[in-house]
Design a binder for this molecule. Structure first.
Ligand SMILES: Cc1cc2nc3c(=O)[nH]c(=O)nc-3n(C[C@H](O)[C@H](O)[C@H](O)COP(=O)(O)O)c2cc1C
Length: 204
């Protein structure tokens, strides 16, 4: 920087954003330039933001796999729901994450039990995906449920079961983010997967 001046900088990284002003007081004779940063805004206080409908429409273009994530509540009842916000986070350590709506009937269960199981659904499991997105009381009806060594409800016929220990939870607006430490994987096979795209199920 040469001479004096005020420079506006905007840095956007991931979900956060930094905005501020850089003031340069010019060359002080030893090549030194003093920089003062002021006016930093709160990371989420954008002057405008997408509406929920705009975000829904944009996210509908993003094809995802479909999972059912299960655990047990304090009374030992199986709890679970269909989830497509599932994603990998890290390989070392092995971490995954998913998001649960704040008003979910499953919230108490996932906050109670230290473990959860992610079931990656196969192409022929659309009916199961619908069942686990429907009335909570009927989600496990007619399902040949297994129970693993940690007491987690395990569904048959999936492409993969990813067994996790709750690692961290974060507030994410109207959802809660659950990060899981992957302890083991089971049933892994490379058959065709159930896919969710443009608010419809399809498959690979
Ligand atoms: C394809 C698909 C993906 C879904 N993904 C999520 C998700 O990532 N997070 C979530 O909280 N609900 C998701 N849902 C909705 C839940 O399955 C469930 O219907 C909703 O959370 C209400 O039930 P609950 O009160 O037991 O949570 C999804 C539903 C479908 C059909």
């Amino acid at each position: 920087m040469q001479g004096s001046g005020r420079w506006r900088i905007d840095v956007h990284q991931g979900l956060g954003a930094f905005s501020g002003f850089v003031f340069s007081s010019g060359d002080r004779g030893q090549g030194a330039t003093s920089i003062t940063v002021t006016g930093m805004r709160h990371p989420l206080s954008a002057t405008s933001e997408a509406t929920p409908q705009q975000l829904r429409d944009a996210m509908a273009t993003f094809a995802t796999g479909v999972t059912i994530i299960t655990t047990r509540d304090a009374e030992g009842n199986p709890v679970g729901l269909t989830v497509n916000s599932f994603s990998s986070v890290s390989l070392t350590p092995p971490l995954v994450m998913w998001c649960l709506g704040n008003g979910s009937s499953c919230r108490a269960g996932f906050d109670h039990h230290p473990f959860f199981a992610v079931h990656v659904l196969a192409a022929d499991q659309q009916a199961l995906a619908m069942q686990f997105a429907g009335a909570p009381a009927q989600r496990f009806e007619g399902v040949a449920l297994d129970t693993n060594a940690r007491g987690l409800p395990i569904l048959p016929g999936c492409l993969a079961v990813i067994e996790c220990e709750r690692y961290q939870t974060l507030e994410g607006g109207d959802h809660q983010i659950y990060m899981g430490h992957v302890l083991a994987t089971h049933q892994v096979n490379a058959g065709p997967a159930l896919v969710y795209h443009q608010r419809r199920f399809s498959h690979t």
